[in-house]
Design a protein around this ligand. Sequence first.
Ligand code: E4P
Length: 223
Amino acid sequence: MKIFIDTANIEEIKEANEFGLIDGVTTNPSLIMKASKGGKSFKAIATEILREVNGPVSLEVVAEKAEDMVEQALKLHALGSNAVIKIPMTLQGLKAMKILKEKEIKVNTTLIFNAIQALLAAKNGAAFVSPFVGRLDDIGEDGMAIIDQIKTEYTNYGYKTEVLVASIRNPVHVLRAALMGADAVTIPYDVIKKLAMHPKTDEGLNRFLDDWKKVSPDGSLPL
Ligand code: E4P
């Protein structure tokens, strides 16, 4: 399963990249807004991320009409060959997706909240769909249930669109995504760090290191 980091913060991206876990990045206008608080321009933020990561970087259009989305998509794509264009799941978005598919520009269809929307995006050639599971949980639904449905649809019809589970809030979302065979997950940095943690790991490590000091008082490995 591919792991993407869901942020536009370059420091978080660099740190996470050092762990060797990051296959790509997803951003959205709200994440860009947070990252631009220090005064950095959108273009500077996007270009830096595209250079830092050796994998797809999703950058989102901020238009509502198909022709404006396509115009913005072409500009975003010109920033780097690994740019994937996030298009919202609307009728105008579907129209834009069709045009971008003809131009061989990869699309990540965003703001997917049910499996029918995901079916339409795949039909129009999206490279990725982003179902927002956490936001469904927020309104009392089981967000992960739609991942299973989307996987079934794509298997039934042989769609190659990758299911990129988004709006992830905790490690259980990641576990369920992996068990359902999701192609990718996009995760905030604080949740990525939690994935590696377990209190019994910390307890076990502390005990080993304490015992080792009884062998080697300065804690070194005397070889
Ligand atoms: C996906 O690509 C979005 O950037 C993101 O996962 C949204 O998550 P949120 O619901 O936590 O804002």
